[in-house]
Ligand binder design. Structure first.
Ligand SMILES: [Zn+2]
Length: 196
């Protein structure tokens, strides 16, 4: 088996190691209604996409450390100064200034509530969450925006109090490292790798 492509940055350049493109042999496409004549070929391709997080990298790094970061506009000249954003916004949508990082973990633990939710019995390609997926929209005290995430235990209800959990053991460094459980859930009930 070939090695998955791995990337790090040195001297402000991507340094690549391993295989980023996996070639798989073509197979013929034939017509069953016409003597199995050749119509074409399949071109199987696997590739590793290099996805840069830019200014949002700190958000994903913090999830792996059990912290939920948000941002706030502190520009005195901005009409919406003091507005707190999560999903994480690097820049203020009004003044386009760079937002200040704030740690929202305690506010989330004390005030997160389900704003609305949807339960999906099916999902798109490459989805690895267990089905049915309980997508929840979460509101927080003092936050202007609503966060989309998923409930790992229990059944979602409107205005239900939930608390964040973090995949601190073998994190994926994706948004899946953040999930939610009903307030009062015991630590030993959490999904594998997750902690409060
Ligand atoms: Zn602003």
């Amino acid at each position: 088996m070939s090695m998955f492509g791995q990337v790090y940055v040195k001297d402000n350049k991507y340094k690549l190691k391993g295989d980023f493109h996996h070639l798989t042999p073509n197979t013929p496409i034939r017509n069953a209604d016409d003597g199995w004549k050749l119509l074409g070929v399949t071109n199987p391709r696997d590739m590793t996409y290099i996805h840069s997080y830019g200014g949002e990298a700190i958000f994903f790094e913090s999830l792996s450390q059990g912290k939920l970061l948000a941002t706030r506009c502190d520009n005195a000249g901005c009409d919406t100064k003091g507005t707190i954003y999560i999903p994480f916004r690097v820049h203020c949508p009004d003044c386009l200034g760079k937002n200040t990082l704030i740690d929202l973990t305690d506010i989330a633990k004390k005030s997160a509530k389900i704003h609305t939710f949807m339960v999906c019995e099916r999902s798109g390609a490459f989805n690895i969450l267990d089905k049915p997926i309980k997508f929840i929209n979460i509101e927080f005290d003092g936050v202007a925006t609503i966060l989309m995430s998923y409930l790992s235990l229990g059944e979602p209800k409107f205005a239900m109090r939930v608390v964040p959990i973090f995949k601190t053991n073998s994190p994926t460094f994706t948004i899946l490292d953040l999930s939610w459980v009903p307030e009062g859930t015991k630590e030993d009930a959490l999904p594998e790798g997750f902690s409060f």
